[in-house]
Design a binder for this molecule. Structure first.
Ligand code: XIL
Length: 352
């Protein structure tokens, strides 16, 4: 993938980062005395959340203290919004939007078009392309229009690149409206609904599959060429604790090469998904801290105008979606009680 020189530099870089992070963590004595994420990050820092979690006062307080941006974890997806009869429901996202407003936290929309979600109400629309296009446009206008002026941006198209990086994914949307056309239309409709939101193309596994990263960048260029109002690139960053040093930094700088703002949109660092030779949990926790430090450092090194936001996919381990896959995973910055872990100290230590 890369020459040994690059890896060596990355290793040295990350060793320096770790040392710096240890110095900062030492200065703050223990993770328990860390400053809040939002107070030290020179860019917006976010988390995802679900409306129901806001009923837990400890969770709501942690969120309000730590972050400056909120992404609904699933209640702005079609799966939640589109009912069986085709009507739309907004209770969940409205509740999150109201909380964000009252806490003075900005909101981020996720997501308008996703290959993984094709509600039956859309599948049943066995009609001409013109009528399908109208339903698609109406949906995007209704959802992005409802939160117009409230969101900083939208993931307009999520996970469009094929798993192995060979071209783009097939979906209900691509079949009905065209492989590139359905994406261009989605961006245009989102722009029509909200003139100020930054409109993102968002994807995952861009760190460990270089081919997927290259296809993602080519897709972004194709969208721009076709006139889509693409305003930023999102890299989810669901990674594992044994991710090779340098891969994250390389991904972030490759994405930045187009000159658009970058959103590190869903970061978590799985312990249990680590597949390498390291099996020891203590070493995996150290690996997790190293990966968080590298992410913070690489993101910090972008020009300020390209640092859209850095979003953690949850704050407390106990709330992580990865727990459903493996209950032993501890992928986030805070433990189940909301106390900062070594990973949080490392992330803060990596900020520049
Ligand atoms: C996940 C949520 O965390 C889960 O709660 C939900 O059940 C499924 O989706 N990529 C994405 C996110 O863009 O929307 C996914 O979130 C995680 C992977």
């Amino acid at each position: 993938m890369t020459g040994p020189g690059v890896n060596r530099r990355a290793l040295i870089g990350s060793a320096l980062a770790l040392a710096a992070c240890e110095r900062r963590a030492d200065a703050q004595t223990s993770p328990a005395n860390l400053p809040t994420l939002r107070s030290v990050a020179p860019f917006p820092v976010g988390t995802c959340l679900q409306a129901l979690q806001l009923d837990d006062p400890a969770f709501a307080a942690l969120v309000a203290a730590q972050v400056s941006q909120l992404t609904p974890e699933w209640e702005m997806k079609m799966e939640y919004i589109v009912q069986d009869d085709g009507s739309l429901r907004f209770e969940g996202p409205d509740k999150i939007a109201a909380f964000a407003r009252s806490a003075g936290i900005r909101l981020f929309g996720h997501t308008l078009v996703w290959y993984a979600q094709s509600p039956p109400a859309f599948e049943r629309l066995d009609v001409s392309r013109i009528a399908f296009d109208a339903a698609y446009r109406n949906y995007i206008l209704a959802v992005a229009g409802r939160y117009r002026g409230q969101v900083s941006g939208w993931d307009v198209v999520n996970e469009a690149v094929a798993e192995d990086g060979e071209g783009w994914r097939d979906s209900l949307w691509s079949r009905k409206l065209g492989a590139l056309d359905h994406m261009v239309l989605a961006f245009q409709h989102a722009r029509e609904a909200d003139p100020d939101a930054v409109l993102f193309l968002n994807d995952y596994n861009l760190e460990n599959i270089p081919k997927k990263r290259a296809t993602f960048l080519k897709l972004a260029e194709a969208l721009l060429k076709a006139g889509a109002p693409l305003g930023g690139l999102g890299t989810q960053t669901h990674v594992a604790a044994d991710l090779a040093p340098g891969e994250l930094s390389r991904t972030i700088s490759d994405l930045a090469s187009l000159g658009l703002p970058v959103h590190l949109s869903e970061m978590d660092v799985s312990i249990t998904r680590s597949e390498g030779l390291i099996k020891d949990r203590t070493r995996l926790a150290a690996g997790q801290a190293r990966v968080y430090a590298e992410a913070a450092e690489a993101f910090s090194s972008l020009p300020p105008s390209q640092r859209f936001a850095f979003t953690h996919w949850g704050l407390r381990d106990g709330d992580s979606w990865l727990k459903r896959e493996n209950a032993a995973d501890t992928p986030l910055l805070f433990d189940d009680q909301g106390r900062p872990k070594a990973a949080a100290a490392a992330w803060i230590g990596g900020l520049r």
